[in-house]
Design a protein around this ligand. Structure first.
Ligand code: CP
Length: 297
């Protein structure tokens, strides 16, 4: 019943629930998705931009035989006429979709509405606070590649404002991984307790240490203070430092990647680059999550 009310963040899940979920994702990936939900409708409410999350949820909905309705902040909705975000949510709620998938900024009272809603809500990225389905798909991608091997995971780039880093930290801690980070805005992190791990000031040392390097996009829309020249000079993964990674090390990025900033284009030819696998796995993770909600398992 871990998903009966949807999914707000991954700290509601213990390691055995996460591992059971991964087995289900693997089954789904092995062509076991059934199109058995043709009576279900998912309401996608995206108040911040998205490509991967939005379309992979839609893909997951289609794979399950369900259907979706969609509203974003740029469309011609009554948000443009001044209707509040909360009223917009309750208007959609009154149409009784079977699940809400919501991406929003912190002006949306996600946690409060989730506690008041009788319809399950899945957080599809909440401001700089959380992104649980990204954390599940990133952790699943590592499970698929390395099984239950304990790994050293490095976060590289804008840690302070990244919702991906925050949910990923939680899931990786639950799974017993070691965590390190190398970040130009370490000092701006409010919740230092959440980010307990090795703080590398030298990228070269960090790259030699890790088994997994996860690049993060600078959240320009939230963090205006990062100095691009400093980022490129001291925190960029590129031709001059890629060879410091261990032979079996992998590179990941939740996307969108700003090539030329956190990664140079040299990374595109790195042999263990998992960015596309992450995107593929996102569809199976989201299919398995919707199925878990509807089957109460
Ligand atoms: N990783 C991620 O959330 O990408 P989108 O913003 O494109 O959905």
């Amino acid at each position: 019943m871990a998903y009966a009310n949807g999914l707000f963040d991954v700290d509601s899940l213990n390691s055995s629930q996460i591992k059971d979920f991964f087995l289900k994702v693997r089954e789904f990936k092995n062509n076991k998705i059934e199109t058995k939900y043709n009576n279900k409708v998912v309401a996608l409410l995206f108040l911040e931009p998205s490509t991967r999350t939005k379309l992979s949820f839609e893909m997951a909905v289609h794979r399950l035989g369900a259907r979706s309705i969609y509203l974003d902040s740029t469309s011609e909705s009554s948000l443009k006429k001044g209707e509040s975000i909360a009223d917009t949510f309750w208007t959609l709620h009154a149409m009784r979709p079977d699940v809400f998938v919501i991406r929003s900024g912190d002006d949306f009272p996600l946690k409060k509405l989730a506690s008041e809603s009788c319809i399950p809500i899945v957080n599809a990225g909440y401001s700089s606070i959380s992104h649980p389905t990204q954390a599940l798909l990133d952790a699943y991608t590592l499970f698929e590649k390395f099984g239950t091997q304990k790994l050293k995971i490095l976060f590289l780039g804008d840690v302070a404002f990244s919702r991906v880093a925050k949910s990923n930290f939680k899931i990786f801690k639950t799974l017993g991984y070691e965590i390190g980070f190398c970040s130009p805005n370490y000092l701006e992190i409010n919740d230092k307790e959440l980010f307990e791990g090795k703080n590398f000031t030298q990228l070269n040392e960090a790259l030699k240490w890790c088994d997994v390097c996860i690049g993060l996009r600078t959240q320009w829309e939230r963090s205006k203070s990062i100095d691009v020249e400093n980022l490129k000079k001291n925190y960029q993964l590129n031709k001059s430092n890629l060879s410091l990674l261990k032979n079996e090390a992998v590179i990941m990025h939740p996307g969108p990647t700003l090539w030329g900033q956190e990664f140079s284009e040299d990374v595109l030819s790195f042999k263990n680059l998992l960015i596309r696998e992450q995107v593929t796995n996102g569809v199976y993770v989201r299919s398995a999550l919707l199925d878990s909600i509807w089957s109460n398992k």
